[in-house]
Design a protein around this ligand. Structure first.
Ligand code: NAD
Length: 292
């Protein structure tokens, strides 16, 4: 059994990107500048955004963090987005999700200039991804694909079950793994809250991607011997023994499932760091894709 180490792999990716930035600077090229908009005070969102800013610094990208209060109106947020769309120095940006309830997420994502949409959430970029055209790929599925590639996990012809159909993880994951590519060429089954016989479907899978947000959902009896299991889930639970006051739980019962697997990702240290690395990889692409 091989543990797919997202922490180590993402550190390698950042080091590679830092080298590319150095080379870009030496040629006198423009170093990518990533901006992030954070609305409100959600603890997890703040942690994620701060981590993205740190990653930019490590890699050598420019970074700008725009913090807006929780009471920001949709109109004010759209104005801030419009400003970034027209700011020539900003090559790409993200709007950290989730947004406060009074803001329409779709209206916001539609307002992002697709050329600067490094999260790959704009319909134009989702369409390009679906057609296999060059574009920004949503960071979590892109990070997973990169992890599979770097560990040379066999995917061709494999039966793959993706649990969860969100627009940011499950749905794009199912599309990428079914494409005529490596990693890809899988026969994908996309499961969700209304799926019948999910356990049985999982038992036949060579690859399981669990992205539903229910701690320990995937148990050993649902996993075939030799399967590859990718755990996307992150659920925070209170833990007074931790400095942060919480610990992170994945969607897979790791201790029981791991002995049956050929490959498995841990939580933390698996998909999470790869998601951050994928955002940096997308940001590196801005000069190329921003002009497309
Ligand atoms: P979401 O809540 O938008 O979607 C959950 C999906 O799971 C839905 O499509 C739903 O149909 C499905 N689902 C729910 N209960 C189910 C059940 N009992 N059986 C089968 N399917 C069920 O979630 P999301 O944004 O896709 O995130 C999923 C998990 O991944 C969360 O824990 C989230 O925190 C985590 N996440 C991790 C990363 C990362 O970088 N590691 C990134 C994004 C999301």
């Amino acid at each position: 059994m091989v543990v797919l180490d997202g922490k180590e792999t993402s550190a390698k990716i950042r080091a590679e990107l830092a080298e590319q930035v150095k080379a870009l600077k030496a040629e006198g090229g423009k170093v990518p500048h990533l901006a992030a908009i954070l609305v409100g005070e959600d603890g997890a969102s703040r942690t994620y955004v701060n981590a993205k800013v740190r990653d930019c610094e490590e890699v050598g990208f420019g970074s700008t963090l725009i913090k807006l209060p929780a009471e920001t109106t949709q109109e004010e947020l759209l104005k801030a987005i419009n400003k970034l769309n027209n700011d020539e120095d900003i090559d790409g940006y993200i709007v950290q999700l989730p947004l406060p309830k009074h803001i329409d997420e779709t209206a916001v994502l539609m307002a992002v200039d697709p050329k600067k949409d490094v999260d790959g959430f704009h319909p134009q970029n989702v369409g390009r991804m679906t057609l296999g055209l060059p574009t920004y790929i949503p960071a979590t599925p892109m990070g997973i694909v990169e992890l599979l590639r770097r560990y040379e996990v066999p995917t061709e012809g494999k039966d793959c079950v993706v649990i969860g159909r969100s627009h940011i993880v499950g749905s794009p994951m199912s599309i990428l793994l079914s494409q005529h590519n490596y990693p890809g060429n899988c026969t994908v089954t996309l499961c969700h809250s209304r799926t019948k016989n999910l356990e049985e479907i999982c038992r036949k899978a060579d690859i399981i991607v669990a992205a539903l947000g229910r701690p320990g959902f995937v148990t050993a009896d649902m996993v075939k011997e030799g399967a590859c299991v990718i755990d996307v889930g992150i659920t925070r639970v209170d833990d007074a023994t931790k400095k942060s006051g919480f610990r992170l739980l994945g969607d897979v019962d790791f201790d029981a499932v791991a002995p049956k697997c050929s490959f498995i990702t841990p939580v933390p240290g698996g998909v999470g760091p790869m998601t951050r690395a994928a955002l940096m990889m997308n940001t590196m692409k801005v000069t190329e894709l921003g002009q497309a």
